[in-house]
Design a protein around this ligand. Structure first.
Ligand code: BG6
Length: 290
């Protein structure tokens, strides 16, 4: 098996980034360069720090909702490329994919005392859509279940955050991370941005659209098994306070994260969970509907 650093799926290839994934999927970087924000110029590439950009995987804990480091340890680990991945039942021959595997090290089991196999399939569709499918299996031999929260922490590249709208989350309940995770209900309009935002939208639809007027593009997120959606932009003050982020980069990024946060997932030994996120783009004349 060849080993690869995979702390953040889909980071823009550069000499410091974990490029093995890009070798695995020919042409993937063209899609990513366009719509997924690559690693910040200020990113710290020294393990075990996460890379700011791409799609960090938050597992087995989202944010600081538990005793582990923020967003869990999966995003800070080296993953393995599976050289002979099993076919998915729905796999079609015009899709290219690579499977990454994560299993806990002895050190990991000291901080999270469970055995698991995490298989992340990264699939590139013929039209350039990017699909991430996570399969997490409880491989505990002591009969114990485990519980986790999860997010695809996707950094979208936007032309100007002030011109961006998110559709699909209006009228939903959310927990506001900036107000002690109190619960509120979103108003009827699409979400726009004029200050820091850090919200966990609950029980969201399977489709969310990010409209970027300047780019004349709409990013479409389709998800399965991931009921929640986190929306985050640090805005100016927090961006300045983040050592691994450029002061002005907040203007050109938006995180919309397919997630399972409110209701943690529990797996008994032998059980498997699946969470899927599919990203595609369409011209901005596209009218979003469910
Ligand atoms: C978001 C969280 O998912 O990630 C925010 O909702 C957090 O609260 C942000 O600030 C960035 O997290 P990190 O650990 O990558 O700095």
């Amino acid at each position: 098996m060849s080993s690869a650093a995979a702390t953040s799926v889909a980071t823009v290839p550069n000499e410091k980034s974990p490029v093995e994934i890009h070798k695995g999927i020919n042409g993937l970087e063209k899609v990513i360069l366009r719509d997924i924000r690559g690693s910040s110029v200020e990113s710290n590439f020294k393990p075990p720090k996460p890379i700011r950009g791409g799609i960090p995987i938050c597992f087995p804990q989202f944010s600081n909702l538990g005793s582990l480091e923020a967003h869990g340890f999966a995003r800070n680990r080296f993953w393995i490329v599976d050289p002979s991945p099993p076919p998915f039942p729905t796999h079609s021959s015009n899709k290219k994919y690579v499977d990454l595997l994560l299993k806990p090290s002895e050190e990991d089991t000291k901080i999270w005392p469970h055995s698991f196999e995490f298989r992340l399939r990264v699939t590139l569709g013929p039209a350039g859509d990017l699909m991430l499918t996570s399969r997490i299996r409880n491989t505990n031999t002591d009969g114990k279940p485990f519980t986790f929260t999860f997010a695809y922490h996707t950094y979208f590249s936007v032309s100007d955050i002030s011109e961006v709208r998110v559709e699909g989350l209006e009228t939903l309940d959310y927990l506001d991370n900036l107000q002690n995770r109190q619960r509120f209900t979103e108003q009827g309009d699409a979400i726009t941005f004029e200050s820091e935002v850090d919200k966990i939208y609950l029980s969201t639809p399977t489709k969310i659209a990010i409209l970027d007027h300047e780019k004349k593009r709409t990013f479409v997120i389709r998800k399965d098994g991931l009921p929640d959606a986190v929306v985050w932009n640090p805005w100016d003050k927090k961006a300045k306070a983040m050592a691994d982020f450029g002061d002005d980069e907040y203007k050109h990024m938006l995180c919309v994260e397919a997630a399972a946060v409110e209701k943690p997932i529990t797996l008994k030994p032998g059980e498997e969970w699946r969470g899927r996120q599919e990203l595609s783009t369409v011209p901005s004349s596209y009218c979003s509907g469910q």
